[in-house]
Structure formats: structure tokens, C-alpha cells
Design a protein around this ligand. Sequence first.
Ligand SMILES: [Zn+2]
Length: 216
Amino acid sequence: MFLGHYSVAFAGRTEGNKIPLWVLFVAVQLLDLLWAPFVFLGHEKVRIVLGITATRPLDLYYMPYTHSLTGALMWSALAAFVYKLVRGAKTSSSAALIVALAVFSHWILDLIVHRPDLPIYDDTLKVGFGLLNYKGAEFAMEIALLVIGIALYLKRNVIKSAWRKIGIVVFGIVLILVQTQTTFWGRPLSSNRIVATTTLFAAIAFVLEKQRRTRF
Ligand SMILES: [Zn+2]
């Protein structure tokens, strides 16, 4: 799972909760954003094993801090706490809960696609349903999730500017193209590339919403 995670960010943003889209973009990829420095510092481990899944040759054999169930729950709670702390009275507890669910959704979607490399706690009881072994099905799921997420976003937010609507749709098409390239022709996603791509997409989400604020 790579860009399918963003479907939750699109679906989570409503006119009611007013959570900035870029915040949800960071939230849904928070576990991977944390994974990168954990790998870099040697606290979590990954190695290339060709053929370990049909889609990507990564053996994620040790990641108790970022991708265990208990770790994911902890980061989700922390994200909600920080969001509420930073936004203060400007936001509700239910919005903070949505941020927590966005963070936790990463683990649930990873659970569907990963091979059994996600520990329940520490480095034990590893789970994963292994959809990554079915390239076509995994790709179809990522794209379907993205389309549904973007459709929900367009439906549940008041977007008066036609340009902004077009911007969101074009952005969605770019995400689908990037996913296509990653699934069928890409090199394995290195931690650096994940951080760079995630930061870039969060910045684009920020700009797309910024445009709205200046127009209205
Ligand atoms: Zn992940």
C-alpha cells in the first residue's frame, strides 16, 4: 500500500471538521514517515529480498516501534493529542479523533496488503494478509480507494471554485499515475523516497486548500 493511504485523508476531511487536508496527508502516512528515521538510525530493519512478494522486494523484518499494532495505537493517540494541543479551541475532540483514526488507518491498510511482517506488539505475533502477492488486485484496490476518497472529498466539502475542483481532480490523476509507475515500473520504495514523496504531496494538499482561503 502506498498512495491508497491518501484515500482516508480525502475521505476524512469534511466541511464540519475543517481538518486541513495536508494534516490528514501527514497523518495517514505518519507511520511510514517515522519508519524512515527509525531505519536510518538502525532501530528498525529492512533488507532487499528479491521475490519476497510479487509487488515489492522488501523484507521488513524488524519494525516494532512504527508498525506494530501497539505502536500504531500509541502514535495515533499521540497525533490526536498534538493536533488538539496545537489547534486548541479552534477544533473539536471529534476532529482530533479523526486525526487519530487517520493515523491508525495506515496500519489497517498495511495489514491487508503486507506479508506477515506487522507485529501485534514488540517483534512478536506477526500478521499481514499478503495482498501484495497479487499485483493486479493490490493495484486495483489502491486505485479504487483513491477514487472513492476523492469522490467523498468533492461531495462533502463546499468547493465553489471550479479551478480548485479541477486542481483536486488533476492531483488525483497524478496520484494514480505515480501509483501505476510505482507498481509496474518502480524501484522499491526507499525510506528517503517515501519521505520526499509524502512531503511533496502534503505540500500540494496545503497549496490546494490555501487557494480556497484566499479566494473566499
Ligand atoms: Zn507502512
